[in-house]
Design a protein around this ligand. Sequence first.
Ligand SMILES: [Zn+2]
Length: 311
Amino acid sequence: MIFCPHCHETCIVKNGHTRDKIQIYKCKNCGKRFNDLTSTIFSNCHLTYEQIVVFLQCFSDKVSIRKTSKRMGVNRNTVHLLRLKMLDSFKETKKQIKLSGKVEADEIYRSINLKGTKQKNMPRFSKHRSSKGTTVRGISGHKVCIESAIDENDTMFFEIVGTGPITSDMVKNSLGTKIGNISKLITDCKSSYEFLAKERHLNLKQVKSGCYTDNEGNSLANINSAHSGLATFLSAFRGISTKHLQGYLNWHTFDKYLQYSFTELQQNNTLLKVSFTNETNLNINNAYDNYSGIDFDAVYSDFHYIPSRTN
Ligand SMILES: [Zn+2]
């Protein structure tokens, strides 16, 4: 059933094709025209159906932007923007994650990557800094903290929670919003998990560092293996900008869910459905904004950078 994306009425007539051979419709109720790709991530991209199929196949196979652009016959910027739109559409699937049963949680750290940040928006060293400083010194000391968890059904959760060591508040505001009916929360001995466990009356089991299990046999084996799976996934892409890291975390989570739940054909259909049903507000003007939730100016301020927006 075709309905109008503007007024949701179903009195629709065909009204020609776009130059990319996409069917156009006209709504007899509101008079507006739309096409098969309106309200999908492919609207306004000027792609044919064939190019969309090639894109989705390449995306699913994690083919590089460069190779994908060759196969589609479009420029790299178009492919990169489409990838960012796909990643953006996964934020809806992230919202639906609920962890249940036995949950293992831990965190990982990644260096900040400012790739894709325009020169004028880059944090810069103050000219008044001491002569000892080099442009890269200190940056590696600032790592992005990613809270991560996996439950007994292999449902995974990865979320950027800030920079520096994890705190009780970070745990509460990320993991705390994702736990449903959990029987056991297994972590290492960090105190940041104790606050959440106490507040929510969770059965907290903490494995001492250097030990494989606690005295009841609880271990962090599943979350450790989820971390190495994530590292492998991320390493396939050369230098992911921190601005878009959460999108890649969501992609990996969704990718794993597809692999566990569906056959290969079903996986591609599900991907197609996500790209056609989840709207994205990303466009060429805002797609490269900072969506990490991390204020780079604040992060670099203690290194005597001057703020980027000096006007
Ligand atoms: Zn209408």
